[in-house]
Every structure is written in structure tokens, then in C-alpha cells.
Design a protein. Structure first.
Length: 262
DNA sequence: ATGGCAATGTTTCATTGA
């Protein structure tokens, strides 16, 4: 039995319940990590996902942020936030749970606003805390997935106009270095295991015909430790979900893993 | 076709996102 894990910044789960239902019903991922719920746990449409055969772990807050993990099988050892990080107490950005022996983390990294803003420094600090949390909690030999909106395009091929984006938030060198430092824990980009090409994005600006012109960035990912990367049969971006009326500005990303003995 | 910002709440504008 293969395991398909998807991740989607849904940009308000209440505003897009119908799209969530359609995605779960048509794609049927075993696991779906969500970001930017923009609601509290009480406001999360738990009955809707339950009807579709999913159980949900939800870490929400009013108006901003909010992450969840949906799964067709049992969610175990749910952990909210980062260990030993009081700074994150006010922001629901990280949620972990174990599914079929795989530790799954749903991550919503800070946007960072402008490079000269305090929010940008907080973004870098978030990355440093996340890396430390991995060091505290996990080992690179474990089956671990970091799924989410990382708000950093790793390389030029992940950006529609690298010259325009040069030095801008989401593509500036310090945050790309922070992402590299996170991945140096022992994580691989599942999309790049199967797709070396440029021009494949997970986010498009609502403004200026971003999507029709394919003016996007690849800032959402499923990052996997070596034992899972070795079992990654396929990975892609569900660009279809960005089409039509009232889409999220992000498309879901996913990776499929063959069942590994041991 | 895939379409010209969108969601939230502080609500008729401000804030945030990326």
C-alpha cells in the first residue's frame, strides 16, 4: 500500500470548504496537510472532512495562520507548535502527527513581509527554531516529512522572473540560506526528485494575471528524510486546483511513497 | 481557457499575505 501525502495552503478553510471537499473526494490523498486555516479549532469544518472519511488534527487561531493534518488512518502523538519555543505560543504554524509510522509535520513559515522589516527577522528566527526543533525531536534516519508553505523559493528555477525577484522577500539570499540550513538536517525536496524543470510553481499572485501568465513561485513543498525519499515514486503540483472561481492562491503539492519494509 | 486581489474583522477601511 502506497502512501500519498499532500499539502495545501488553502487561504481560509471556511471560505473554501467546497474546494476542500472536491479535492479530498477527487484526489483522495491518504494525508493532507493544510495551512492558513484562518480559523479556530471550533470553527474548523470537522464534520465535512469526517463525512469524507478523514480524521483531523487541528491547531488553529483567530484570523491568521492555523495548520491541520487530515488523514484516512489514525493520527497519533499529535504535537502542537515547536518544543521549547515560547515565541511561537501566539502563532499556530507547526503541527505534527504520526500516520502509519511516518512522522508528518504541517508547516506554515512566516511570510516575512519586506526584507527590512521586523517580520523578516522573525522569519529567519522561525527557521532557526524549526531546525533546532528537528535536532531535538528527530533523527535523519527516521521517516519524517515536512509538508507546507515554506514561503521561500529555493532556487532560480523555482521563480518566474529571478531577476525581478532578486533580493525580494521569498527569494532573498538569507532566507534561502535559512531554508538550506533546515534541509541540511537531512531532508530532500520530493518534487525535485522527479521534476528538474523550471517553470513549475505552487503559488501565483492574485493580481496582474499571475496565474494565467504563470507568474509564480514554488514555495510549497513536501520535504522527506532519506528513508522516505528513497521510496518516493512520484511527486507533483495539483495546478488544476488553482483554476476556476475563488481559488486559493496556492496549489496543493503532493508526494507518493511506496510501502517500505521496516 | 486558467482571467485582471482576497479574507478577515478592526467592517464601508485597515491589515496581512507573498
Amino acid at each position: 500500500m502506497a502512501l500519498t501525502v499532500a499539502s495545501w495552503n488553502i487561504n481560509s478553510v471556511r471560505a473554501r470548504v467546497e474546494r476542500l471537499e472536491a479535492y479530498l473526494a477527487s484526489r483522495r490523498p491518504d494525508v493532507l496537510c493544510l495551512q492558513e486555516l484562518k480559523c479556530t479549532e471550533q470553527q474548523f469544518p470537522g464534520d465535512v472532512v469526517e463525512r469524507l472519511g478523514y480524521q483531523a488534527a487541528v491547531y488553529g487561531q483567530k484570523t491568521y495562520n492555523g495548520v491541520a493534518i487530515l488523514s484516512t488512518s489514525a493520527l497519533q502523538d499529535v504535537e502542537r507548535g515547536l518544543p521549547l519555543a515560547d515565541d511561537d505560543a501566539q502563532q499556530a504554524r507547526v503541527l505534527a502527527a504520526t500516520v502509519q509510522g511516518v512522522r508528518v509535520v504541517s508547516v506554515y513559515a512566516p511570510n516575512g513581509q519586506a526584507v527590512d522589516s521586523p517580520a523578516y527577522q522573525e522569519k529567519l528566527a522561525f527557521y532557526a527554531r524549526l531546525r533546532r526543533a528537528l535536532d531535538v525531536r528527530y533523527r535523519g534516519e527516521e521517516r519524517l516529512l515536512l509538508c507546507g508553505d515554506f514561503n521561500v523559493a529555493p532556487e532560480e528555477r523555482d521563480v518566474w522572473d529571478p531577476q525581478l525577484w532578486d533580493g525580494q522577500t521569498l527569494f532573498s539570499l538569507p532566507e534561502r540560506a535559512a531554508l538550506r540550513e533546515l534541509l541540511a538536517f537531512g531532508l530532500q525536496d520530493t518534487f525535485r526528485l522527479h521534476h528538474p524543470e523550471a517553470g513549475r510553481y505552487s503559488w501565483w499572485d492574485y493580481r496582474m494575471l499571475g496565474f494565467p501568465k504563470n507568474h509564480g513561485l514554488r514555495i510549497d513543498a513536501v520535504y522527506a528524510t532519506a528513508p522516505l525519499a528513497a521510496r518516493c515514486e512520484a511527486a507533483d503540483i495539483d495546478r488544476e486546483a488553482r483554476k476556476g472561481k475563488l481559488p486559493s492562491d496556492h496549489a496543493p503539492v503532493w508526494a507518493r511513497f511506496s510501502s517500505a519494509p521496516g
